[in-house]
Design a binder for this molecule. Structure first.
Ligand SMILES: Nc1ncnc2c1ncn2[C@@H]1O[C@H](COP(=O)(O)OP(=O)(O)OP(=O)(O)O)[C@@H](O)[C@H]1O
Ligand SMILES: [Mg+2]
Length: 487
């Protein structure tokens, strides 16, 4: 859906702020167009009305004067406004037409009348005017648009009088240009003021968004969480205040749920630590008694001897698991590790020597730099990391596999690599190998004494040292890489 939205041309702006301002301006333009059209139409109507009244007052005097020559029964061009048009019709034909000259500089007396030549179409239009005393608009090529009014004369003739429409047009045009200027200035002013106003009005919303963003960036996935962020705008009488108040309530809930989760995690951790600690002694006792019974002088029936050996072996295994669980519980609880100078080269040499002894069928190789590689940390735990990785390379690969342990020092970190040419880790397992009790081929693993805690301990110890443990595996082999910060 979002892809479709992205492809559609964007007519509506994206941000709320831009939308509000755009909407405001659009409404304003509509209002201006409405007001402009209404005032222009009203003004024009008013002016034309006034013109028609003037026409009614003028009557047919000027038209009558055209034929008979001034002055005729008191009618005189002098009394007419400049631009007044007159025509006399006898039996539907124009016998005379003239216009009052308004130009005072042409050497003739002002208000003198000039003859006007009408085209035949114009003559027809003038002749077609109904003699009802109402004014009509007629266009005359030589003079422009006129309001014309026809009345019947004394001698059975028709007298047409007209006044020019162009002052009306001029006034209307001036009004339009004035309105355009005023509206344009008002639009700009409203645009600027509206943007500021909208920005000011949306500030509480931005604060809410800011708080939500800050919270979304908090590391909430584990541990104790101090969720102290709150939105300042929580007045329930406003829309944003309601959102803010809801957000604050939600943050309260999240905060208490996370704290509850933390408490439960802590309790579980304490339980695992206590349980493994409590198991240590009985497991050691079982082992001690099994050993004692095995060393008993005198004849012991074979099945009993076998059972005692199994008890001894399983008690050993149980002891190892308990130790692993206890170590994990302590690392989880963030118990401080020893902080001493550790020679990784030494650990690597010892570990490969031990591996050679336990797995003589594998080929063990060591790649060490000339100088000893030193890190700060807990020597026993780091030894356990190397031992676990080598034990995996031995127990999860067939005899004859080549295993290389390499240690190298870079500028800021130390890299420890255990690479084997074995069959690799099954793909469905690879993403979870560092998790607890995750192991391949469960049935076989149990018989070979595999628990699935080895790599969990590797990761926990390495993480506690501020490093990272990674694995890459293909059908041609597996490479475990441990990066530790350099001291
Ligand atoms: N080098 C390796 N080659 C192939 N598979 C491996 C290798 N290392 C680990 N694995 C697979 O990853 C699983 C998890 O290893 P991990 O060390 O955590 O447990 P484990 O070796 O099975 O038991 P534990 O180490 O607790 O005795 C193993 O069961 C195995 O299937
Ligand atoms: Mg293992």
């Amino acid at each position: 859906m979002s892809r479709r939205a992205a492809r559609r041309p964007r007519l509506v702006p994206r941000t709320l702020r831009a939308r509000l301002v755009a909407g405001l301006l659009a409404l304003l333009v509509l209002a201006f167009v409405g007001v402009g059209l209404a005032t222009t139409a009203a003004l024009r109507h008013f002016l034309v009305d006034r013109l028609d009244q003037q026409l009614a007052v003028a009557g047919g005097r000027y038209a009558a004067s055209l034929e008979h020559g001034a002055p005729t029964d008191g009618a005189d061009t002098r009394a007419q406004a400049p631009g007044t048009f007159g025509a006399r019709l006898v039996s539907g034909r124009v016998t005379a037409a003239g216009v009052v000259d308004g130009d005072a500089d042409d050497g003739v007396e002002p208000n003198d009348d000039d003859g006007v030549t009408l085209t035949s179409a114009e003559q027809r239009a003038v002749a077609a005017l109904p003699v009802d005393g109402a004014a009509r608009t007629v266009g005359i090529a030589a003079l422009g648009d006129y309001r014309l009014r026809a009345v019947s004369g004394r001698d059975g003739d028709v007298l047409v009088t007209g006044l020019p429409l162009h002052p009306v047009e001029e006034t209307t045009e001036r009004l339009i240009s004035l309105e355009l200027t005023v509206f344009a200035v008002a639009l700009v002013a409203v645009g600027v003021a509206g943007t500021l106003w909208v920005r000011w009005s949306l500030r509480p919303l931005e604060r809410v968004a800011g708080t939500a963003e800050e919270v979304s960036e908090l590391p909430l996935d584990s541990g104790a969480v101090a969720l102290s962020h709150r939105v300042p705008d929580d007045d329930p009488r406003t829309e944003v205040g309601r959102v803010g108040a809801s957000l604050n309530r939600m943050l309260d809930h999240i905060g208490s749920s996370l704290n509850r989760r933390h408490e439960i995690e802590e309790r579980l951790r304490a339980f695992a630590a206590d349980a493994s600690h409590e198991l240590r002694t009985p497991v050691a006792t079982v082992r001690g008694h099994a050993e004692l019974a095995l060393r008993h002088p005198g004849p012991v029936p074979d099945p009993v001897h076998h059972s005692l050996e199994r008890i001894d072996a399983e008690a050993r295994r149980m002891g190892a698991i308990v130790e692993d669980l206890l170590l994990l519980a302590r690392l989880d609880a963030g118990r401080p590790l020893a902080d001493e100078e550790v020679d990784l080269t030494r650990i690597a040499l010892d570990a490969v020597a031990d591996a050679q002894a336990t797995g003589p069928d594998h080929r063990w190789l060591l790649e060490l730099p000339a100088e000893p590689v030193l890190v700060r940390g807990d020597a026993d735990r780091l030894r356990q990391v190397v031992t676990n990785l080598l034990a995996n390379a031995r127990s999860h690969t067939p005899p004859g596999t080549r295993v290389t342990l390499g240690v190298e020092a870079a500028e800021r970190s130390v890299r420890l690599v255990v690479a084997d040419t074995g069959p690799g880790i099954p793909p469905e397992l690879i993403d979870r190998v560092f998790e607890r009790f995750v192991r391949g081929d469960r049935a076989r693993s149990r018989s070979t004494g595999s628990t699935g805690l080895g790599l969990a301990i590797v990761r926990a110890v390495v993480t506690a040292h501020g490093g990272v443990a990674e694995v890459r595996s293909t059908a041609d082999g597996t490479v475990f890489t441990v990066l530790l910060p350099r001291t």
